[in-house]
Design a binder for this molecule. Structure first.
Ligand SMILES: [Zn+2]
Length: 180
């Protein structure tokens, strides 16, 4: 998968697919590098197909159609994921951050419920467990926390660990920073 910074305000849920599509339309695939470490070529990636992915927005569960690109050389496909998603999670990165910030401040999901009504207390506890098992020490060892800005945190996690923050399954992921 390839993660990209895509402008999107979650308060405008109806705009989600539109923002994503606008980004994808303007995406110059030729700039992308294959994130398969056995390959790694640039300039060989083309648009391939779409798949549907559930996302829990405050306004309800919705579906984002996510583009997959394919490397012509090694035939690996890569999902083009927006920075506001966490791979394999339906919960937005900003909701992860809210839950974790409350946790670090000493609150529990029972006392401080997630502000997104689609995210239930049980899910919040799972997110905290994933954080403690997989990311708490990672952040500590690079002297950072869930309180730094979202973009800065994403940049640090990719540069130090090669994964999106809170990504649990270790599928290859690379951050694409548009040069335009
Ligand atoms: Zn490749």
């Amino acid at each position: 998968m390839i993660t990209c910074f895509i402008d999107f305000q979650t308060s405008q849920a109806s705009e989600m697919q539109k923002c994503y599509d606008k980004f994808v339309d303007s995406l110059e695939c030729v700039q992308l590098k294959c994130s398969n470490s056995d390959c790694g070529v640039s300039g060989q990636i083309i648009k391939h197909a779409y798949y549907r992915r559930n996302v829990k927005l405050g306004s309800g569960k919705t579906i984002l159609k996510v583009l997959r690109v394919i490397c012509k050389k090694c035939e690996t496909t890569h999902a083009i994921l927006p920075d506001w998603l966490v791979p394999y999670s339906q919960v937005l990165l900003e909701d992860h951050l809210e839950i974790l910030q409350n946790y670090v401040k000493g609150n529990t999901p029972n006392t401080t419920k997630p502000s997104n009504p689609e995210v239930d207390v049980r899910t919040a506890y799972y997110i905290i467990k994933d954080y403690r098992d997989n990311w708490q020490e990672n952040l500590r060892s690079i002297s950072t926390s869930v309180f730094i800005g979202k973009k800065e945190l994403i940049l640090k996690c990719f540069s130090e660990y090669k994964f999106q923050f809170m990504q649990i399954k270790k599928t290859k992921n690379s951050l694409f920073l548009s040069t335009t």
